[in-house]
Design a protein around this ligand. Structure first.
Ligand code: AHR
Length: 514
């Protein structure tokens, strides 16, 4: 009897492995909601070598620059179609006094960056330099105002300085400093991480303060920009509840911060390179938690705001590892691997799926900090695997999200499992359908049937893949092209509505169907 049941289990297991069919069914005519391009947003903080060295080298630098901005970085970011850029922090924002960063460069006072390594900065990158950068990139500025150590008066003066065209002192000061027209500032953040580095506040106290700051922000800025309330630290659902209960009518968006901590936790993180499959797996699993997190926060927001007037903005996210050996710990300079590319692709798929409530996200950070798009060293620049994912995913920006149903096998390790495939789909204004697919399993390729429902396609007009020889492969200053996108060929059009795709292990694919 025992032998028989063992045989049965073996047969059943063998059968179920064989029977696993991976199918993605896309409602090709079922799209209702636009994927806000701002989900592909970036974040630039005065932290380590993000601003100074990464973005700004100054006009007299031997590094090729355009009015002080690194030329290579400008070109790389222009190709990325950055829709929105958040600045000046982060924790730095609640220590930043904007008046120190305007006027003649040699008269600007220095500032000690108390949060990030105690580095002394010369304030040569300030309001003009940031807002002019946004104009060069064609992106919307997202300014984080200082609530932690600033005042309402300081904030409204800044708003007037940046956005007013009236004959008022702050607008006149801006004109005196060389900028006639106001800038088009689209978002003002009312503090950053006010539950932590931004003032260590309770949600009740912050909600009241947010109402006060927001009230005056609107008085001086009208409807020119959206006011973003500081949101929760990961799973602090009570923060969201209190903010929605007390402040929903005083803000035009609520943020959320969630970092994938590599390794055991904040006090015992792991390296960005050279890690094994256990850390590859746990990194991905923690990143996929974004789905549950956004679902739960959205459910709370739905209770107070059924019409979804107040969007959720995930304005800091990404993987946080140990810093590179030999670098200043407070500067958060980390490498970026194929694993991190998959963290980016699966997170972007999740955010696309939540596009009804999520209208912006800002990966941390754009250059030389945390899960960066770009790394620099002197005059050298490297585009990271994460950069390539963001570039591949630009096709989803402002396209209409297409609902889909994915049945797929699991990727298992050490008695734990995650779905082996991540995907999202959209249709653009020209009727082209884009499907992003990631195979999270580093050990095997996966065959997937992609079925369109409601309409067919005549061809695959483009197909690109990002993969690497190892899940921890990186682009380095010596070998900058180890992980780069290439043309993808491993698919077959089986009918007018069906595509058979073989997704390589640990890879990200974007397909265009028309
Ligand atoms: O992105 C680095 C830091 O992470 C930011 O300054 C802060 O907001 C968060 O804790």
């Amino acid at each position: 009897m025992k032998k028989l049941s063992v045989l049965l289990i073996v047969l059943l297991t063998a059968f179920s492995v064989k029977a696993q069919v991976n199918v993605l069914e896309i409602e090709a005519t079922g799209g209702k909601t636009q994927i806000n391009k701002n989900i592909y947003g970036q974040f630039a903080e005065h932290l380590g070598r993000c601003i100074y060295d990464g973005i700004w080298v100054g006009k007299d630098s031997p590094i090729p620059n355009v009015n002080g901005y690194r030329k290579d970085l400008l070109e790389a970011l222009q190709a990325l179609k950055v829709p929105v850029l958040r600045w000046p922090g982060g924790c730095f924002a609640d220590t930043y006094h904007w008046r120190n960063g305007i006027g003649a460069l040699n008269e600007r006072p220095k500032i000690k960056n108390v949060f990030w390594g105690g580095t002394v900065e010369d304030n040569s990158f300030g309001t003009h330099e940031f807002l002019n950068l946004c104009e060069l990139l064609g992106c919307d500025p997202y300014i984080s105002a200082n609530v932690g150590s600033g005042t309402v008066g300081e904030m409204v003066d800044w708003i007037e300085y940046m956005t007013s065209d009236d004959d008022v002192p702050m607008a006149n000061l801006r004109k005196k400093n060389g900028r006639a027209k106001p800038w088009d500032v689209k978002f003002i953040g009312i503090g950053n991480e006010s539950w932590g580095c931004g003032g260590d506040m309770t949600p009740e106290f912050y909600a009241d303060l947010m109402r006060q700051y927001s009230n005056y922000a609107k008085m001086y800025g009208g409807d020119k920009f959206d006011r973003i309330g500081c949101g929760s630290n990961g799973s602090d659902f009570n923060w969201t509840k209190v903010l929605m209960e007390k402040g929903r009518n005083n803000m035009d968006g609520l943020s959320l911060h969630y970092y994938t901590i590599a390794g055991e936790g904040w006090n015992n993180k792991s390296a960005a390179t050279g890690f094994g499959e256990d850390l590859y797996f746990s990194g991905l699993k923690k990143a996929l938690f974004m789905d549950e997190l956004v679902t739960k926060h959205s459910n709370i927001m739905d209770q107070y705001d059924k019409e979804k007037r107040v969007p959720l903005l995930v304005d800091e996210w990404g993987i946080w590892t140990d810093v590179e050996p030999g670098t200043i710990p407070g500067h958060l300079f980390q490498q970026n691997s194929m694993r991190d590319a998959l963290i980016a692709s699966s997170t972007l798929d999740i955010l696309n799926k939540h596009c009804e409530r999520v209208k912006m996200a800002n990966i941390a950070q754009v250059v030389n900090v945390l899960q960066a798009m770009i790394l620099t060293q002197g005059n050298k620049m490297v585009l990271t695997p994460t950069y390539h994912v963001f570039k591949m995913f630009t096709v989803h920006q402002d396209a209409t999200f297409l609902p889909s149903n994915l049945i797929c096998e699991k990727y298992e390790l050490n008695n734990d499992q995650i779905p082996a495939i991540s995907s999202s789909s959209s249709i653009d204004k020209n009727g082209k359908i884009h499907v992003t697919l990631s195979n999270l399993n580093p050990n095997k390729e996966i065959k997937l049937d992609v079925n369109l429902k409601g309409k067919g396609f005549s061809k695959v007009s483009s197909a690109t893949v990002l993969t690497a020889s190892a899940f921890n492969s990186c682009n380095t200053f010596d070998k900058p092209e180890t992980v780069v996108p290439t043309s993808f060929k491993n698919f077959k059009k089986a009918s007018d509505t069906k595509l058979e795709v073989t997704i390589p292990s640990k890879s990200v694919i974007v397909l265009e169907l028309e």
